[in-house]
Design a protein around this ligand. Structure first.
Ligand SMILES: *Cc1c(COP(=O)(O)O)cnc(C)c1O
Length: 391
């Protein structure tokens, strides 16, 4: 049995998305900037996709900017707020310790440009405290950027409360909602966020496309110079098939959101029930305030990489740490931010499921993980030491 349980890394594209893209890869080949009929036909597809995406998150179409994905949207949002801040002499940015590297590395770069960066704690439950945001804001603060849902452990952040605080203090608020959009209800006007990043391949759309929502009135910095596409904020002929595929995928995800969430949550709970009994294991992050499909656990005495490879041999695709950190032997910065000890953080496993998974697959996971954990522990000197110390 083959089980794909790594949907936080990327998802399989939906048939709805693929079907919507085919005309753009064949007959509708115009450049939306061309004034002739062929170009203007493409332009209609482009603007209709923008409209659909705006509707899916409660935005106005003019507030949606297409990007190459979540990373670019994060970069553009943060760089834009930094530029706005710098013009007013405000060079302080607040974020959290367990953001995606697209956010953290952009902040590292800004630190070298004399910005002051405050990274808030996320505590053992993996949730930023709005109170901490409030206390960290100073007269110098130009931006707060906190993710909507964490990509490694799945915890949801109090975005609405944080947005209220930022509004009250007159500070811009951006949220990396790449793991949230299409998975939990998102309404930018209700949430009162100023900017929001999303990426199509995390909700069964194509890779290499995403969008940035920027509230009307926010002057974005153009990070690619050239033509006047995306109202002059992102030059380059639009990736039409991907844009149309993203819109179709998001529309489909939002229409089926409740049914999918119910189905996925039931499967995730089956994983929790089946795996929580494993000796010296822990579930990372708050159990309730989390995405339907993401579960992260640590197993003492073993290496997550070995766990991943042995599960792969059983046909189960999972991740240990995030895709960006796997390949390096550093433990996950997310788990360390939660206060998980380094040696335990090494034995982490992320299971992230979607509505394409089945209960039978969950049973296969629940049967296989303990087998693999036990077999790795039986040859682990670290585990042997843990057991000895216990006696
Ligand atoms: C995947 C992901 C990104 C990066 O998105 P890309 O489209 O792959 O660039 C950013 N933030 C979070 C939380 C993610 O999960």
């Amino acid at each position: 049995m083959n089980v794909y349980a790594d949907n936080a890394a990327t998802t399989q594209m939906s048939k709805v998305a693929l079907d919507s893209m085919m005309p753009l890869l064949t007959d509708i080949y115009g450049n939306p900037s061309s004034l002739h009929t062929v170009g203007q036909t493409a332009k209609e597809y482009l603007e209709s996709a923008r409209e659909d995406i705006a509707n899916a998150i409660g935005a106005d179409a003019r507030e949606i900017y297409f990007t190459s994905g979540g990373s670019e949207a994060d970069n553009q949002a943060i760089r834009s707020a930094a530029a706005i801040g710098a013009r007013k002499g405000k060079k302080h940015i607040i974020s959290s310790k367990f953001e995606h590297h697209a956010v953290l590395h952009t902040l590292d770069a800004l630190e070298k440009e004399d910005f002051k960066i405050t990274l808030l704690d996320v505590y053992s439950d993996g949730i930023v405290k709005p109170e901490d945001v409030k206390n960290a804001i100073t007269d110098e603060t130009c931006l707060v950027t906190i993710m909507a849902a964490n990509n490694e452990i799945g915890t949801l952040q109090p975005i609405s409360e944080i947005a209220d605080i930022c509004k009250e203090k007159g500070v811009l608020f951006h949220t990396d909602a790449v793991q949230a959009v299409g998975h939990i209800p998102i309404d930018v006007k209700q949430l009162k966020v100023d900017m929001l990043s999303a990426s199509a391949h995390k909700f069964h759309g194509p890779k290499g496309i995403g969008f940035l929502y920027a509230r009307k009135g926010i002057l974005l910095k153009n990070i690619i110079e050239g033509g006047a596409q995306e109202r002059g904020k992102r030059a380059g002929t639009e990736n039409m098939p991907a844009i149309v595929g993203m819109a179709a995928a998001l529309k489909d995800a939002v229409e089926n959101l409740n049914d999918n969430a119910k189905k996925i949550t039931a499967m995730r709970n089956c994983l929790i029930d089946g795996l929580k009994g494993i000796e010296r294991s822990r579930i990372n992050g708050d159990l309730d305030k989390r995405l339907p499909g993401t579960l992260n656990m640590c197993f003492e005495g073993i290496e997550g990489e070995s766990l991943l490879l042995l599960l792969d041999q059983k046909g189960i695709c999972v991740s240990s740490g995030s895709a960006c950190t796997s390949g390096s032997l550093d433990p996950s910065h997310v788990l360390l931010a939660l206060g998980v000890p380094v040696e335990i953080a090494h034995g982490s496993l992320r299971l992230s499921i979607s509505e394409y998974n089945t209960m039978e697959e969950m049973e296969h996971i629940v049967k296989s993980v303990p087998e693999v954990v036990n077999s790795l522990r039986s040859i682990s000197p670290v585990w042997e030491k843990i057991i000895k110390e216990e006696k």
